[in-house]
Design a binder for this molecule. Sequence first.
Ligand code: 6GU
Length: 236
Amino acid sequence: MTKDKMKINILTIFPEFFREVFDFGIIRRAKLAKIVGINIHDLRDFTDDKHRMVDDRPFGGGDGMVLQAQPIFAAIENLVGTCERENYPDGTKVILLSPQGRVFKQAVAKEFAAEANHIVLICGRYEGVDERVNEALVTDEVSIGDYVLSGGEPAAIVVVDAITRLLPNALGSETSAENDSFSDGLLDCPHYTRPADFRGMRVPEVLLNGNHVEIEKWRKEKALEKTRLNREDLLK
Ligand code: 6GU
């Protein structure tokens, strides 16, 4: 797929939540360079209801409220041009952020960055989202990890960040996604900068001697050590 600008649309009942969060660092730069375009949409703008209601009580009873299908269908029709998943243009991903999704990993970020040119993120809320959204609209249901958030908004920020930095030319030449944690299945090695002695704590000698073979060997060892300590599961 030819990589034109990546369009990301976020559907939320809390548009204010995203007011400044994408205006810093790599995401800001990628926006200015037209590598990515990020737009926030208030789900309430798509409701039929005169009171702008977007949720209702669950059929079958139970606690909490469920996001209704109608405003989400209307929003997808507006943003994608159709609310029939099989008719989405090539490169369209409609992602529901929910704790029931498949877990978002670096490999998933790479898949989205490589395959999509238009991503719609639906921020789940309350006790859930009417399942017909999943049945008809959603191409990928995604969770960012095994804990409960009050809504999908923080997850949307995580997904946007992880995808944006993988887009071609999003990182300056001074940084590279190749050296990131997880790109080789290990955590990153420790880093140090000046001064070489801070409060008596010395930078490892090997990093100061300019022997790049030795330095690479040290970094690999330390990456393994850190991974064994904090993320033994990654070594299996
Ligand atoms: Cl995507 N949504 C919510 N509500 N909780 C989560 C999550 C998403 N990912 C992990 N926990």
